[in-house]
Ligand binder design. Structure first.
Ligand code: HEM
Length: 574
C-alpha cells in the first residue's frame, strides 16, 4: 500500500477530530516525557506554521483564512489536552486522589502559583491544614505535609528527598549550589562552600559585621526625615545586609555601599524580584521557561551582572583574602590575607583536586547566591525582630535590661561568648524566626519507588513539602498561644508547666543535606545587630505608623517584602 493511500483517511477526516486526537496524544506523551515550556511552545508555533503553509499551498486558502484555520486547530488541540488533563487530575484513579484539598488546586498548579503571588502563601496553607488536616493536596501533583515526623525523612535524613523542578532557575547560565538538584553533584559543590562556614571562619567575619553594624547606627541618624524624624528601619537593615554580604563574599576587593549611596544600582529590587519570580514560577516550571524571554528578566539580571563583574574584579585584583567566600570559590593563593571573605572558601575548593573545577558561570552563580542568600533572608527576620519588640514593649524592656547589664560600655566590641549566652536575646531571635520565617515552601520530590512518611504512603515523583510556618505555629510544637509573640517560651521555664517549645520545629533554615549553610552566621549577625541597636538607641514606632497597613503589606515570598515602611523614631541613648 502506498504512503498516499495510507494518508488518505487522514486527509478525509474532520480536521477538528484530528486536532482533538493529536491533543490527546500530546497529553500522554508529555505525561511520559516532560519537556521544557519554551520547547513545547516552539513546537506548537512550528505546528501552526506547518498547518498554515499546508492550507496556503495545498488547499489554496487566503492568508487570513489559513491563519484562522491554523489557530483554530491549535485551539482544538489545547482544548482536548486541557480536558483530558483536568479529568485525569480529578479522577479517582489519580495517584493523589485520596488526599483532600480544594478542587481548583487539584486541577491546576496556577492556583498555588497565584497563592504564592499574593505573598500570603504561608497563611493560606496554614488555613488549608486547619480545614483538611495533616496532608493536603495543594496542587495537581503536590502535597503539603504538616507533620513534625515528616521533617526528618523528607529533609534531614541521609537519603532525604531531592529538590523538585521548582529549583530550575529559568535560563540562567551556570549552576549555583542552591539550584543543583542531583544529590551527588550538590554534595560536591557543598564541599567547596563548607570551609567558609567552619567555626574558625565565622569568627573572622565578626570585625566586618561589627564595622558595618556601627555604620548602620550612623546611617539611622543620617536618614531621619519628616515631622517625626522617622527612619524606615526595614530599608536601613536591608541596605546593611547587602553591604555586609558584599564584604563577606568578596573581602576587600569589592564593596557594595548601599548604606552610603542607597540602592542606586537597584540591586535590592533585582534580587527580590528574582527571588519572587523564582518562588512564583517555581510552581509552574513550564511557564518559567517561557516568561524568561520577557523584559522582566532584565531587572532580575542586574544583580546577576553585578556578581559577574565583582567576581572578575576579585580574580584580577588578587585583593580580598584567602578567607573570603569568593576566594574559596575562585582559587586564591593562601598568601592573600588582607581580609576574610566567603569567596576564599569557594576558591579553596579548587585546590582540592578531588572536587570538580568550577566554571566562571558557576562562580558567578555562587557569588550571586551568596549575596542573595545572606542578605534578604537575614534582613527580613531582623526587621521582624524590631517590629515585634516595638509592638511588645514588655519584651523590649526586658531585653534592654539584659543587654545593659551584660554590656555596660556599648562601644566595646562584643564578647561573642557572652553575647551568645544571653537567654532572653536568644528567645527574641528565635521567636522572630518562628513567626517571621521567609521561606513558605521547600518542595522536594518523592523517589520513583514511592515512600512511607509518618505512616502515609506517598506515590513516587509526588512533590511534597513541610510548610515551615504551619510547623512553627502548630500547637503540637509550641503551646500555649502558638500565634503570639512570647520570647519567654524559649527560656528554660518556658511559659509555665505543660508548655511546649520544640526547637527542632523551627524550619526557617531547613535541615539536612540542602539545609542552610549560613545558619550560625545569620543567628550571630542577628544577635550582634539587635544588641548594638538596643544599646545605642531608644526606639519607638513613629506616631504615624499604621500597624494594620504594615501587617497587610508583609509579603512572604521566599524573601520578605515590607510594602509598608517600618517607620521608627530613634534617639541615641548616650
Ligand atoms: C535568617 C537568615 C536565613 C534564613 C532564614 C535562611 C534560610 C535558608 C533555607 C530555608 C535554606 C534552604 C532553602 C531550600 O532548600 O529551598 C537555605 C539555604 C542556604 N543558605 Fe540560608 N538562610 C539565612 C541566612 C543565610 C546566610 C547569612 C547565608 C550566608 C551566605 C546563607 C547561606 C545559605 C546557603 C549557602 C544555602 C544553600 C545550601 C545548600 O543548598 O546546600 N543563608 N537558607
Amino acid at each position: 500500500m502506498s504512503t498516499s493511500s495510507l494518508l488518505q483517511p487522514l486527509a478525509e477526516a474532520d480536521p477538528r477530530v484530528l486536532a482533538l486526537a493529536s491533543g490527546a496524544a500530546i497529553c500522554f506523551y508529555v505525561h511520559k516525557f516532560p519537556m521544557r515550556g519554551d520547547v513545547g511552545l516552539l513546537l506548537e508555533v512550528a505546528l501552526g506554521g506547518v498547518i498554515y503553509a499546508y492550507q496556503r499551498s495545498v488547499q489554496g486558502a487566503t492568508a487570513g483564512s489559513a491563519l484562522l484555520f491554523a489557530i483554530s486547530m491549535i485551539a482544538y488541540q489545547y482544548l482536548s489536552l486541557a480536558l483530558i488533563t483536568v479529568l485525569w487530575r480529578i479522577s479517582p484513579f489519580h495517584p493523589l486522589a485520596k488526599f483532600p484539598g480544594p478542587i481548583i488546586n487539584k486541577i491546576t498548579s496556577l492556583k498555588l502559583a497565584y497563592i504564592v503571588w499574593t505573598g500570603k502563601r504561608h497563611l493560606v496553607i496554614y488555613g488549608l491544614h486547619q480545614k483538611y488536616g495533616k496532608v493536603v493536596r495543594t496542587g495537581p501533583n503536590t502535597l503539603s505535609f504538616n507533620s513534625h515526623a515528616a521533617v526528618s525523612p523528607i529533609y534531614g535524613a541521609a537519603n532525604a528527598f531531592a529538590k523538585s523542578n521548582a529549583y530550575i532557575p529559568g535560563k540562567i547560565h551556570g549552576s549555583g549550589l542552591f539550584f543543583i538538584r542531583p544529590r551527588d553533584v550538590h554534595n560536591a559543590r557543598r564541599k567547596h562552600w563548607a570551609p567558609a562556614f567552619t567555626p574558625s571562619a565565622l569568627v573572622t567575619y565578626k570585625p566586618a559585621i561589627e564595622k558595618r553594624t556601627n555604620q548602620m547606627m550612623d546611617c539611622i541618624a543620617e536618614r531621619r526625615e519628616g515631622p517625626h524624624g522617622a527612619v524606615n528601619l526595614a530599608e536601613v537593615i536591608q541596605h546593611w545586609s547587602y553591604d555586609v554580604m558584599g564584604d563577606l563574599t568578596f573581602g576587600g576587593a569589592n564593596r557594595l555601599e548601599l548604606m552610603n549611596e542607597r540602592d542606586v544600582g537597584r540591586y535590592v529590587e533585582s534580587g527580590q524580584l528574582a527571588t519572587v519570580v523564582f518562588e512564583f514560577l517555581g510552581e509552574v516550571p513550564a511557564l518559567f521557561d517561557i516568561v524568561w524571554y520577557f523584559p522582566v528578566t532584565k531587572t532580575i539580571t542586574l544583580l546577576d551582572n553585578l556578581a559577574a563583574k565583582l567576581i572578575m574584579v576579585r580574580q584580577k585584583s588578587g585583593k580580598g583574602s584567602s578567607t573570603d567566600i569568593a576566594s574559596h570559590l575562585v582559587g586564591a593563593s593562601s598568601n592573600q590575607t588582607s581580609c576574610r571573605s566567603l569567596i576564599t572558601a569557594l576558591q579553596l575548593g579548587e585546590h582540592d583536586t578531588t572536587l570538580p573545577k568550577l566554571t566562571q558561570d558557576d562562580l558567578r552563580m555562587d557569588a550571586l547566591f551568596a549575596i542573595q542568600a545572606g542578605s534578604d533572608t537575614t534582613s527580613g527576620v531582623l526587621s521582624f525582630v524590631f517590629y515585634f519588640l516595638l509592638t511588645n514593649p514588655e519584651a523590649y524592656k526586658r531585653l534592654q535590661e539584659e543587654l545593659d547589664q551584660a554590656f555596660p560600655d556599648p562601644d566595646v566590641p562584643f564578647n561573642l561568648e557572652l553575647l551568645n549566652s544571653l537567654a532572653y536575646l536568644d528567645g527574641v531571635v528565635h521567636e522572630s524566626l518562628r513567626l517571621g520565617t521567609p521561606f513558605p515552601g521547600l518542595p522536594r520530590v518523592v523517589p520513583k519507588e514511592g515512600a512511607v512518611v509518618d505512616n502515609v504512603y506517598l506515590p513516587g515523583e509526588t512533590i511534597v513539602g513541610v510548610p515551615a510556618y504551619s510547623q512553627e505555629v502548630d500547637a503540637e510544637n509550641f503551646w500555649p498561644e502558638p500565634l503570639a509573640y512570647k520570647p519567654e517560651r524559649w527560656l528554660p521555664e518556658g511559659l509555665g508547666p505543660g508548655s511546649r517549645c520544640r526547637r527542632s520545629a523551627i524550619m526557617s533554615f531547613s535541615f539536612g543535606p540542602y539545609g542552610c549553610l549560613g545558619r550560625t552566621l545569620a543567628i550571630q549577625e542577628m544577635r550582634i545587630v539587635t544588641a548594638k541597636m538596643l544599646l545605642t538607641y531608644d526606639l519607638k514606632l513613629s506616631p504615624d505608623f499604621d500597624n494594620d497597613a504594615f501587617q497587610k503589606g508583609i509579603l512572604n515570598m521566599r524573601t520578605t517584602i515590607f510594602e509598608y515602611p517600618l517607620r521608627v523614631v530613634a534617639h541615641r541613648r548616650h
